[in-house]
Ligand binder design. Sequence first.
Ligand code: UDP
Length: 373
Amino acid sequence: MKYDYLVVGAGLFGATFAYQANKLGKKVLVIDRRLHIAGNVYTEKIEEINVHKYGAHIFHTNNKIVWNFLQKFATFNQFINSPIANYKGEIYSLPFNMYTFNKMWGVITPKQAKEKIEEQKCKARVNDPKNLEEQAISLVGVDIYEKLIKGYTEKQWGRKCKDLPAFIIKRLPVRFTFDNNYFNATYQGIPIGGYTKMVENMLSGIEVRLGTDYLQIKEEYNNCANKIIYTGSIDEYFDYSLGHLQYRSVRFEDEVLDMPNFQGNAAVNYTDRETPWTRIIEHKWFEFGKNEYGNDIDKTVISREYSSEWKPGHEPYYPVNDEANNKLYENYKKLAARESNVIFGGRLGEYKYYDMDAVIYSALRLCESELTN
Ligand code: UDP
């Protein structure tokens, strides 16, 4: 065998594993079917702006191990995610906090905001929330649900809020303070110079082959390594033999505009049902004033984000972790357990709505069990 490990996928999971294995003297080959590294965190420079080509990625974590690990590969700027919501021209602060409550109801104090939510929750008779709609109303009341959650969520997931699991909305903090920082995270920022550079640093000194589709030439590649770390979709690995797992896909329309400032913020969510896109990202504000580019670029790059159901040939983004899909995944997992020299990892390999830090942590834990024996 030429390699100890064949890593399929040059995203965060694959790059983390490859780095650790290489450091311990293992021979590693990384392959990716795309023509670039970095998976969905890939950034590309357009007009001197690092454009997040597969959607906005804002690194945030409370995990010191993950944060310290990444410091080897990047310096992070001090970007704080404070998206705003545009509901039919009305602008609201996110995540839901005292600024949002004040704009929605004119309330001034946390006590007044809590009373308003409680009043709406009682009227809607939600006691034991069983789905996203009930969970949302119980957290923030009917008005915020109707204006800031319902339309956005139904566009993003292509499903009624009543048919979605409650946990999705629990990702969003609700605060009774004046605080627009979206994430409750100790560490937060964007790698200066872009994510691609960061992943490039992780893969430095490691053999990488791009435009190489493992599933097309499995036999050839299986014989070159003792073990395979597979980070692609688990159902695709098994040729969908048990059926398709569902994913949401996202399509981006990038546009270079001849103006210095389009929307004054990195992310604006369009929370009504009628606007076809879910959000517009203006990439330069991820770097605003925080790096070598400063704020004097007279052009700007924006991306409109459209959500759709995944179909073969599209990129899978979000696993739809409802009951039926999770059950199907468990059956794929049983098949995966029989592949003695293949380890499935990452968002697609484990069919999990992972944040970046969780993906890296999961890879680091695998390294501990796999590489230190
Ligand atoms: N969400 C919402 N309105 C918003 C932003 C988010 O209702 O303006 C809900 C929506 O259901 C979404 C979930 O919160 O799926 C999680 O949002 P997040 O921004 O974490 O999603 P991601 O950035 O991972 O796409």
